[in-house]
Design a protein around this ligand. Sequence first.
Ligand code: AHR
Length: 551
Amino acid sequence: MVTMTPSSRRRFLAKLGGTGAMLASGSWLDAIGYAQGVRGSARALIQQPRVRADFDRRVLGAFLEHLGRAVYTGVYQPGSPLADSSGFRSDVAREVKEAGVPIVRYPGGNFVSGYNWLDGVGPKQQRPTVLERAWNSIETNQFGTNEFIDWCRMVGTEPLLGMNFGTGSAEMAVAYVEYSNYDRGTKWSDLRRSHGFEKPHNVRYWCLGNEMDGPWQIGQMQAREYGRKARDAARQMRVIDGNLQLIACGSSGTNMPQYLIWDREVLEECYDQVDGISLHAYYGNTPALTRNSTARYLAMNLDMDRQIREIAAVCDYVQGLRRSSKRLWLSFDEWNVWYRARSGDAVDGRRQVAPKLLEEVYNLEDALLVGGFVNTLLRNADRVRIGCIAQLVNVIAPLVTNDTGVLRQSTWFPYAWALRYARGRVLDLRVESDTYPITAAGLQADFARNDQVPFVDVVATLDVQAGQACVLMLNRDLDGERELALEWRDVAPTRVLACETLTGPDLKAFNTFEEPRRVAPQRLEPPAAGARMTFKLPARSYTVAQLATTT
Ligand code: AHR
């Protein structure tokens, strides 16, 4: 959420009064399968048959918007010594490919609500330069849908395309699907072919607009109005391609005055025509959200767990109303830490090409929380099919470019570990952990909560065929090491293949091009492999272990 005027913001905050108390009932320990444990140590019981979900790797996707330096100088910079013959930055492409990012959402974001996809296809010299109104930037359209598809193929990722439901008509959204996915012999498919793309792109996943509830959104709509447009457009799209997976716009945050009501009303209109609904959330260590308390900040992935539960409950409610046999899945297609580069020059492109916007610098505590978000997404993989870290490069991103290379910010590591090691099924762990209290007083309504937070947050995946497990462990204790005893039943680790941790004395430390490894993984001495393994998790750390197991 961005760029609200002071008066619209005041109106917002006034409407919010009271909703926090309503949302804050019931402890989140139970909901995530945790119990209060003995002082000091934590224990997780791992049983092979207790499975939460087959793990769809799309839950670890990313987001790339025409915003600031994300596309231009992020993934595309013709003329740079680092670019290939298509103008794609090879260094960035290498990082994305090696990490194995499964799906990338494009082209926005707020941008998409004013975007004419036709401006970005066809001969480059004929593409118009336009004033982009979401971020007040100049858009040259030298990178568009076909370049994005080429880039996706190159880095081995799947496209997730967004449609303009702001200034755009249902007709042009449907035409976009025809242009992209229809084989030949029609107006839009033949246009694609004339642009040099004989074969259809076969894009399966599509977002029906972006944050259409937001007053900052170009073409903001009322829930029912949006729901009806989504239903109408979706029905037409399915005539073109019966394979589509369509995502309706959910609430753009838990702080929205119509949070959950928007989702219910939208789904009441279009449930039968969509497959998933979007969730968005940005977090920060601010006076309003955490009272600048790192302890509260590191619990914020549990707020994400809660948002997932609440939106899933609305989906199930509407499913019941409709007597539908279809269960919607969730697309958490924007999530991240974002609170520093969030106002003034950081969100105003001042009519420049590729201005420096939303260039958040991430520190160690941000990286630990991103690890927490990864844990939350994985443990909700039974319901969340798609997740997109927002964003991929330069704009609130784990990767940052300059003219000479690409830098891994602190947040890259937890994300990349999950991409690399999490495989197979997410196990349903029984966890006992010592807890610490957090209090609601003085916090923004949707984060105002009196609760107990487990010091240790752990998820595990098991790939039975490969005989490999992955355990991702967050230690929220800021002052002390915590032991985590893993007890394996039905399956046992035979060897530790990798064990690394992200930690350090300074929670505010961050990486720069001059000092790129101030926050970087270190090897952690693992326990011997076996049916009981006790990890010693350093204070304020996020740790991954990859284990070979009996099959
Ligand atoms: O990711 C930055 C912006 O945040 C996106 O454009 C918008 O969807 C959200 O408000």
